[in-house]
Design a protein around this ligand. Sequence first.
Ligand code: SAM
Length: 261
Amino acid sequence: MSDFRRLPMGVDPYKPSSARIYNYMLGGKDYYDADQEYAERVLKVAPDSKALARMSRRFLLRGVRVAAEAGVRQFIDIGAGIPISPSVHDAACEVDPSARVVSIDFDPVVFAHATASSSPGDTPMLADLRHPDTMIDRLAAEALIDFDKPVAFLVVGVLHFIMDDEHPADIIARLRAAMAPGSYLVLTHASSDSDSHFIRQATSATKGSSAVPKLRSHAEIASYLDGFTILDPGLALIQDWLDDDSPATRVEILGSICRKP
Ligand SMILES: C[S@@+](CC[C@H](N)C(=O)[O-])C[C@H]1O[C@@H](n2cnc3c(N)ncnc32)[C@H](O)[C@@H]1O
């Protein structure tokens, strides 16, 4: 568990954070009591959440490999979370060691961890997906992302934290507009088709927390992907993207790997 005495500015250890809850679910050590309590409340109603976190991570790395094998060398991991091994950079470098990653998160704790463990070719950035124009300008100016060449935007486990009045569809459209042809979008989103009994239980167990996701329907998430070519098996459960018999889970996460024509 992290030590309060070394907190970055602006960090509230008493408020659960999605990054630290996810770190707990993945078996990491970078969380506080409030995150552990929140995670345990979720695990009571959905004991498969740890398995789901691991599957989501595997889906992310699969998306990186698909884009890298298609020739993409610039990866922008949005809502990157606390660094964990193997990283996006590790997966991209397996295909080409010259691949570059920018790891973006709006949580100062994540940024502090990412800065402490950053390596050449993996640049941390404190930025907010809700302000895509600023983020894209900074990617070009500070992280030297060349938007005339293909990029891969990795938007995994983050878009469901963007509320309706923060306009998730417009955010994805803005990313798409910045992408050169041949670029990739790797996206996941929690589905409102998740077990309805779980949704009711989890909503009451986590009421008032800022880490509550907004679940959306398959049709709504699919509408964000207009203008992209979606690879097989399409916008589907992440289990369907993994090459094994991954078990069904109470929370359903939809994933897609898309290419900009
Ligand atoms: C569940 S974690 C996902 C981590 C990682 N993408 C993965 O799949 O392994 C969600 C992350 O999104 C970050 N996040 C949430 N809202 C964000 C926003 N508006 N801008 C940037 N990061 C955000 C959180 O801080 C957290 O680290």
